[in-house]
Design a protein around this ligand. Structure first.
Ligand code: ADP
Ligand code: MG
Length: 335
């Protein structure tokens, strides 16, 4: 390496716009470890996600976008827990010391770090096949943690944003998704505007932190949709020991998704595609008014797509109320 590890850290990561001071962070980059001061009575919430080149993003993708996505998917996990971002650490494995790549990569972390007041406080860097591990740290109020296990029959099922964009974006970008059969986009409809939309949807997912923090006392359970709605909602029904009924004709889709996919492919993308990083939340009837009011106030699209029922299965119905036969299995790593 032409720059020592120490120089890389100082130049690209110990920058004031990324590793900025924050209450509760007593010691950040520079010593053998960081020191956090957790306020009495609050819970420390931690989550880690790893992104590997050519599995989670193309090796040659813009490092600024890769960095943003790596931090966004982690912040989405904090949102799904109802935790307020505190800080993050970064494990970077890179095949070479490429100053312009590192410069753009670190610049790509700044936007979300500042927006969510979540500074970089430490990490590690080593040579090897390109991959990025980020661990986020957040704070919860003990009384308003969002967990998977609290859904009750009668609760309404909501999702934020649009469904299916993540896996449709993968098809548009040209990265293989985990779907058994490729989605098959309608190529002649894949206009530059759609491609640009999908690129943004993939690399700049919106972590729903603000909505989650404002409505965590109103929801009975929640999860972020990383592996496809059916699998992720299945985690809620399993943990809550309930079933669910989904009205697939209510699913929210983006204009670009509607333009570039058949009805069947779009439904597959929503149910099984994953990579959406939207929240799936269950809301008891008595809180629906307040929940929807908050979503409007925060300008966050939320859509009711079904309800929690007794039992242990997730059923999907079409517009006529007929049961859909669901075949594909949600993504399971290593399968
Ligand atoms: P050690 O050898 O004791 O593990 P390092 O030399 O790896 O320490 O790291 C020195 C300091 O730089 C530590 O505070 C560490 O957290 C920080 N650091 C190392 N790599 C990164 C990185 N990729 N991003 C942010 N901070 C880092
Ligand atoms: Mg180290």
């Amino acid at each position: 390496m032409s720059q020592s590890e120490f120089e890389i850290i100082r130049r690209y990561f110990e920058k004031t716009d990324l590793s900025f001071p924050k209450t509760g962070v007593e010691l950040a980059i520079g010593d053998d470890a960081a020191l956090l001061n957790i306020p009495r009575g609050r819970l420390l919430c931690i989550s880690l996600d790893i992104l590997v080149a050519d599995i989670h993003f193309p090796f040659s993708a813009d490092p600024e976008k890769i960095a943003n996505r790596a931090l966004a998917v982690n912040l989405s996990d904090l949102a799904a827990m109802g935790a307020e971002p505190l800080c993050f650490t970064l494990g970077l494995v890179t095949p070479e010391n490429n100053p312009s790549w590192l410069e753009r990569f670190s610049a790509g972390l700044v936007g979300l770090a500042q927006h969510f007041n979540c500074p970089l406080v430490g990490g590690d860097i080593t040579r090897g096949p390109l991959s990025i591990a980020i661990q986020v740290h957040g704070l919860n109020e003990p009384g308003s943690v969002i967990r998977r296990g609290g859904a009750q029959p009668g609760d309404q099922i909501y999702v934020t944003g649009c469904l299916g964009d993540g896996s449709i974006a993968l098809a548009s970008i040209g990265v293989k998704s985990h779907l058994k059969e490729p989605l098959g986009l309608i190529e002649e409809n894949l206009l530059e505007t759609c491609k640009a939309y999908f690129d943004t949807a993939y690399y700049y997912p919106q972590p729903r932190v603000t909505l989650a923090l404002r409505c965590c006392h109103l929801v009975s359970s929640g999860i972020d949709i990383s592996d496809g709605l059916l699998g992720d909602l299945g985690h809620i029904t399993e943990a809550s020991k309930v079933g669910a009924e989904l009205d697939t004709h209510l699913f929210p889709y983006s204009e670009s998704a509607i333009c570039c996919t058949t009805d069947e492919a779009r439904l597959r993308a929503a149910l099984f595609g994953g990579d959406d990083y939207e929240l799936c939340l269950t809301v008891p009837d008595k809180h629906i008014g307040e929940f929807e009011r908050l979503a409007v106030e925060l300008d966050t699209r939320v859509t009711c797509i079904g309800k929690i029922v007794p039992g242990n299965t997730v059923e999907c119905h079409d517009q006529k109320g007929e049961l859909l036969k669901i075949e594909e299995h949600a993504y399971e790593h290593f399968l």
